[in-house]
Write a protein that binds this ligand. Structure first.
Ligand SMILES: Nc1ncnc2c1ncn2[C@@H]1O[C@H](COP(=O)(O)OP(=O)(O)OP(=O)(O)O)[C@@H](O)[C@H]1O
Length: 915
């Protein structure tokens, strides 16, 4: 009998932390605890066992958590989550911090995209609020870049496409992130990008609505947030941040990070002066196509800055067009449809769900109102544990009931997303693309043979096979998926199928994923360039084990974003930031009761009405900075039921997905009504996005020996944005007064930075290079972006027409040929434009080479060694300057019709699903 000295082990689906106990193995190889050894107790929070600290942010620690009640066999690791634990006493009532917390929760609740961190649930007791998030086991993105120094172009392109997809999705929901930066990006175990930290998220209601509150970290914040007093178009600010992130991926350091007068970038005024006056420079190893894209993104004038839509159409991101063209509605359908497998919310939970001691000041002997939990059961995917001890009470785990272990529902739900839907969905793209590519290659091969041999029968035979395949795919998606190993091998759906006795669950889930894959495949047929598969396969097969270890390490406090308003909410900080205090004072004047005030007291002697089946619609609250008081109800659900189970209060939302076909529509309405009061808005549609970019014309590329100025892309010498000389003219902007007038630079930012240390700054400011050892920058001969023309528009319409025509006639052949023709003509177009000038430069040749590489499935990235890995000590600073009035003039949005191409694609997709 082998004796293993192990500190952590799992048995019977439960976790125990053993203090050097001797674990003995039984005949089946399962670990059992020696009878005479006492179990060491572990810390729990609600239904989770808390593990190591994953990281630390502005609000406190983020802990790894395990579901206490795993339904799986002992061989499997229980579901892991990341729990952001926020001490309630660190977020004063009615403070900006409080708003930030609820903003994050509220936003995440409505976002279901594989590249956006998933909110599992929200728990709280008297001491902590626990935001339970999908666990991103791949670690922090900036560390990933730091470790690799910089990313290969293919990897960067894939991750950038994921970033753009996620940002596009949230924009389509009327939300803007406003604090996109490397530090707010994580990776899942398959190295897919996960956008996180939605504390600055805000909503916009129509495409041109402007924001007045400046947020973000200086290095990532768009210039208009800093140098202009005017309201800004928030989506364009997100675009800018995406550009900075892309630059960091490719270069290994941040742009405009080499100002000798401001080496640490701590002087925000200088930093932005530098950004707006200094041309964008690239190290020589960044190729021409990404350079071109970055030059369109990192344009100081937001009006001239490109849009997400045009980023998606750019030649460089074209290989990921199939992925990028997945609409928000499709993401919603795919992700939300997984909810179908959840147990019906209230009724079934009420009957099957044991009275949760974790929720209240209970009858438990350890009953203590302090430890009561409020579980946002709109998000609960985990059944409440039976007779569970209270949160933050040291507990001894009880053995799981066999019934729970074998529950098919729970079995499915365990991995419904965190292991992870992102991976599954993205894997579906990869696999669908791979399959399509293989088939296309076979087709081309056969076609070639056909031409060479004159055997006319071979091609039609192949086409028949393809159409059979598709009808199989449509008719019995699961079997095809199985057959072709598209998804099932790696997906939880298969696990679920294996682990559960409920046949419908697995088949429905795999069917959903198959639908998604089919959808991708349809898109692939239209847009698929040859390089995609290799790239995506390469990155997906690469594995990500190197970063697993990072995730479990305890990270020292990172330099967190600097949020004047938040910081100033603490009385001790008020003196240091008088301006912010004044702002807060103004805000405080209009304060509504704290969110926590609206949470019913959990005092044991509190009398609750008996359970009421009728949902109660509580007053809606504004989601405005000026009205920071969001109550838990508006955050956790729009319909709230209070349930008397003795001591339990559960905030719930009815499971509309299951019960009502109008779920999406109503949810949208409520979402926005919850955000903005009684006004109800439609989601932002693609058409609206389209209209939002009418002012942006595609840009022609010319080669010029003159260094392009990012602020003067058309070479007219006209600066689009100037830093006002007279700072007193600013109406609202207080960066300069904060950082310059009050000399709040490095030393004055101590409140955050003191805890942050220098650890994360290196990535924030310069992941891998110090100014002195910076990468060699490019020569001053670069692409010159000049007057726009209609080329890209016509190209896009051509694509639409192509897809429509191809869909109508011979989808496979036409899509393939049209797609490749598109790519070719586009490449040619760039090359022609590039070489058209009299001063054809080295870079123009590079563009041609690059385009040609794209065509020939061989995107290569230059292998210039990154000279430096010296991290610079400086501060991650996010700046949030609150304005006196952030009330947006909300207007209803218009819902546009889908484009013809989309309709056609959707039609074929629907048809293929029906067949
Ligand atoms: N879902 C997650 N999975 C894995 N690790 C996470 C997750 N969420 C956060 N972390 C870790 O915790 C750290 C802090 O998280 P986060 O940035 O969200 O906290 P915060 O309080 O919002 O900080 P700040 O606002 O200052 O950025 C992250 O840098 C990351 O290392």
């Amino acid at each position: 009998m082998a004796s293993i000295n192990k500190r952590y082990t799992y048995y019977g689906g439960e976790t125990a932390v053993l203090s050097g106990s001797t674990i003995t193995g039984n005949a089946n190889g399962k670990a059992i605890r020696a009878q005479n050894k006492p179990r060491r107790k572990h810390v729990t929070f609600g239904p989770y066992i808390l593990g190591s600290t994953l990281g630390e942010g502005e609000f406190g620690k983020v802990k790894l958590g395990w579901s206490k009640h795993s339904t799986t066999s002992s061989a499997e690791v229980p579901k892991q989550v990341a729990i952001k634990l926020i001490r309630r006493d660190t977020i004063p009532k009615n403070s900006e911090k409080e708003v930030k917390v609820y903003r994050e929760i509220n936003a995440l609740k409505h976002l279901t995209h594989p590249n956006i961190v998933k909110l599992e649930e929200v728990l709280q007791n008297s001491k902590y609020i626990g935001i339970v998030l999908e666990y991103a086991s791949g670690g922090e993105f900036y560390k990933y870049i730091q470790q690799k120094r910089r990313l290969k172009e293919g990897v960067a392109c894939r991750l950038f496409a994921q970033l753009i997809s996620g940002v596009q999705y949230m924009h389509s929901k009327g939300l803007v992130h406003r604090d996109l930066k490397l530090e707010n990006l994580l990776l899942d175990k398959h190295e897919n990008l996960i956008i996180t930290d939605f504390g600055f998220v805000n909503e916009f209601f129509q495409h041109n609505e402007l924001m007045k509150t400046s947020c973000g970290s200086p290095c990532y914040a768009a210039p208009e947030l800093v140098v202009s007093t005017k309201p800004y178009e928030a989506r364009k600010a997100d675009v800018w941040s995406c550009g900075i992130i892309l630059y960091a991926m490719l270069a290994g350091y941040l742009p405009w990070d080499d100002d000798p007068k401001n080496p640490d970038g701590n002087d925000i005024a200088k930093l932005y002066h530098y950004i707006t006056r200094t041309p964008l420079k690239f190290p020589e190893y960044v190729n021409a196509l990404p350079r071109d894209l970055l030059r369109r993104i990192l344009v100081s004038d937001p009006k001239r800055r490109t849009t997400l839509r045009n980023i998606q159409r750019h030649e460089w991101t074209r290989p990921h067009m199939p992925f990028l063209s997945i609409t928000p509605e499709e993401w919603d359908r795919t992700m939300v449809s997984k909810d179908v497998f959840r147990p019906p919310r209230l009724n079934s939970q009420r009957s099957t769900r044991p009275q949760s001691n974790c929720s209240t000041s209970s009858t438990s002997s350890k009953g203590d109102k302090r430890d009561s939990l409020i579980i946002d059961s709109t998000l609960v995917n985990l059944p409440a544990p039976p007779q569970e001890s209270q949160s933050h009470v040291i507990t001894i785990p009880s053995p799981p009931s066999p019934e729970l272990r074998h529950s098919p529902i729970r079995g499915v739900n365990r991995h419904s997303r965190s292991n992870s839907a992102a991976s599954i969905a993205l894997q579906a793209v990869v696999d669908a693309e791979r399959e399509h590519n293989l088939q296309r290659e076979s087709f081309l091969h056969l076609q070639k043979m056909h031409h060479s041999t004159g055997n006319r029968a071979s091609v039609p035979v192949f086409l028949n096979q393809r159409s059979n395949t598709h009808s199989n795919n449509s008719g019995n998606v699961s079997s095809l998926m199985n057959k072709d190993s598209v998804i099932v091998e790696a997906s939880p759906a298969k696990n679920a199928k294996n682990n559960t006795s409920h046949p419908n669950i697995a088949s429905q889930e795999s069917s959903n994923m198959a639908n998604l894959a089919a959808s991708y495949e349809n898109k692939n047929k239209t847009f698929k360039p040859k390089t995609t598969v290799d790239r995506m396969n390469h990155s997906s097969e690469k594995g990500s084990s190197s970063y697993h270890q990072l995730s479990s390490q305890h990270h020292k406090p990172r330099p967190t974003s600097y949020h004047p308003s938040s910081t100033a909410s603490a009385s001790t900080d008020s003196d240091a930031f008088p301006i912010v205090s004044a702002i807060n004072g103004t805000l405080a004047h209009n304060m509504e009761p704290s969110p926590f005030d609206s949470v019913p007291s959990l005092s044991p002697d509190q009398k609750y009405s008996s359970f009421d089946h009728s949902p109660k619609m509580l007053p809606r609250r504004s989601f405005s900075v000026n009205k920071p008081s969001l109550d838990l109800q508006s955050v956790s659900g729009d319909l709230i039921r209070s349930q008397k189970d003795g001591e339990t209060i559960a905030f719930s939302r009815i499971n509309e997905q299951v019960e009502d076909a109008d779920f999406r529509k109503r949810r949208q309405s409520r979402r926005f009504s919850a955000l903005i009061g009684e006004k109800v808005f439609s989601p932002v549609t693609e058409e609206m996005e389209e209209t939002a970019i009418v002012d942006e014309k595609p840009i022609t590329i010319k080669v010029s020996a003159v260094t392009p100025d990012v602020n003067d892309p058309d070479g007219t010498g006209e600066k689009k944005l100037d830093i006002p000389d007279n700072k007193t003219e600013k109406k609202r902007f207080s960066f300069f007064s904060l950082y310059s007038t009050h000399n709040v630079s490095k030393s004055s930012l101590g409140s955050n930075d003191s805890k942050s240390g220098v650890n994360g700054k290196a990535a924030s400011r310069n992941p891998s290079a110090s100014p002195k050892t910076a990468e060699p920058r490019e020569s001053r001969t670069t692409l010159h972006v000049v007057a726009p023309n209609d080329s890209e528009d016509s190209e896009s319409s051509q694509i639409s027409q192509t897809s429509a025509v191809a869909a109508t006639f011979a989808p496979d052949v036409h899509r393939s040929t049209q797609s490749s023709r598109q790519t070719s003509s586009s490449d040619k177009s760039i090359a022609e434009k590039t070489t058209g000038g009299s001063n054809a430069s080295k870079e123009s040749q590079s563009i041609q080479r690059h385009a040609s590489h794209n065509r020939s499935n061989g995107r290569t990235s230059s292998r210039v060694t990154n000279a430096s890995n010296t991290s610079r000590s400086s501060h991650r600073q996010s700046v949030m300057v609150s304005t006196l009035n952030d009330n947006q003039q909300a207007q209803p949005r218009h819902t546009g019709d889908q484009s013809t191409a989309r309709k056609v694609i959707d039609f074929f997709k629907r048809r293929s699903m029906r067949l």
